[in-house]
Each structure stands twice: as C-alpha cells, then as structure tokens.
Design a protein around this ligand. Sequence first.
Ligand SMILES: O=P(O)(O)O[C@H]1O[C@H](CO)[C@@H](O)[C@H]1O
Ligand SMILES: O=c1cc[nH]c(=O)[nH]1
Length: 265
Amino acid sequence: MTERPVSPLLEFDHDREAFISPSALITPRDDVPRACVLTWFRDAADRAVEETHGRRIMQLRWEDGPRPVYEINHEGRQVTLAPMPVGAAPAASMLEELIALGCRSFIACGGAGALRPDLTLGHLVLVTSALRDEGASHHYLPPARTLDSDPVAVDVLRATLTDLSLPFAEGRAWTTDGIYRETPGRIAARVEEGCLTVDMEASAVAAVARFRGVPLAQVLYGGDDLTGEVWDERGWQDNHEVRDRLIRVAATAALRLEGATGQGR
Ligand SMILES: O=P(O)(O)O[C@H]1O[C@H](CO)[C@@H](O)[C@H]1O
Ligand SMILES: O=c1cc[nH]c(=O)[nH]1
C-alpha cells in the first residue's frame, strides 16, 4: 500500500494542469486594468469607487453570490479594485479568476490582529513572508512552514510607503484558517517564529501569485490586539481613515509595480 503523509495537505501534486482551469472559464478582457488592488475592506472599496467615479467592470459568479470587480481612477489612470472574500481558500480562488481576467500586478491591503505591542491601531505592516497555517497554499506549493513575498513587489511597496512618509514595520504574517482557534500557546509559538500579525489570507494569495508567476505584495494594518491578557478588539474595523488611505496607497504601488515589472499593455 502507498505510504501516505499524516495529512493530505502534505501530499503536494506537481502537475500544473488541473481539471477545472480558471482560464477556460474566464475570458481575458483588454479593458480590465492590469494593475490590481486586492482589498478586504468592502466598506472602503465602496467609498473609493464612489469618490473616484469608478465603475463596476463585472461580477464574478460564485455560489454564495456575485463578487463585483471594480475599476477606480487613481493618479489619472485606471486600477482594478477587487473586494476579496474572507478566508484563504475563497481568496485564493478569487485571485485565480482575477489573473485569468488579465490583472497582472497585485498589491493586497487588509487588516490583521497585532501580535506585538508596538503595533498600535492602524500601524502598517509590510508583509515580507507569511507562515502557512492554512490549507489553500498547500495546493499551490510544496509543504513548507513559510513563504517569502515576491522581492520585486515588496521593494516597490516599501518604496511607495517610504515616499509617502508612512511609518511601517515589516516582517512575517501568520495566516490561519482558524480565527477562533488562536490559542495562547499558538500565539506565543507564532510570535517566537517571528510573526508580527495574524490574518486569514496572506500566505494563500502569495502562493497563488507565486504559482501563476505574477508579482504580489501585501500591506496590513494593526487591527485587534492579541498581546494582552485578554483580546482587545480596539474597534479596528471602524478605522475608516486608515482603510481609505490604504486603498489609495495600494493603488499607487500597483501602478508602480506594473511599470517596474513591464506588466503594462
Ligand atoms: O481586514 P482583513 O484583511 O479581512 O483581515 C482579517 O480580518 C478577517 C477576519 O476577521 C480576515 O479576512 C483577516 O485576514
Ligand atoms: O485573522 C485574524 C484577523 C484579525 N484578528 C485575528 O485575531 N485574526
């Protein structure tokens, strides 16, 4: 009998061809901006569309309802803005569809639980690597604890944050499928492994981007606080100012990344 690993997630399949291919389902469109912002801030995405006189380009069809994809106007150019679903697996599949649609340079912005006391509410974190405590990335890359972010995309995002005089920390994100299983022991172990934040998608979207050969970098802001005796929610999801600003910063960086990697049309 074949020896099987203890978890099916450790059983990586190197075959690049899958039965259902996003490029067979989705026709690439010339009118979709190649520079793309992925955001988990649905509220701020709606505001950005309204404020920049953007438009809905299309709706991706999903079983739990349509997922809109927008185009916003930024610095006199167009950028795709994709409100992303929460969770590693849905986010990974949505990114697949955006790549099939024709998007080519990606900056992701989201919020995350803070694992270090200096990550005050709204403090930015440039993700340089992610700890793969989720399932989705294991369908794209061989098993490993961590995944480094794309170095070119990280450089562009770092330069953008610096040019805009925005203070930021940089380091590793802990991506988990188990938001309600962040136990004290697990948190301590992840901090020991160098994680600054905890989120639910960073390593999964990084893995899809690596697999498909598109550049992607991510910036998160310090949201709820996991460093104390008890959880401090800090009202992190009401921080409109930082969420609106992050979408603009991500759009600037996505356009720069498009230029830096020659991904423009
Ligand atoms: O603001 P976002 O990026 O959604 O951040 C985090 O918050 C959600 C969980 O509440 C997950 O998506 C996690 O990644
Ligand atoms: O995934 C997440 C996001 C925010 N806060 C958490 O504790 N976990």
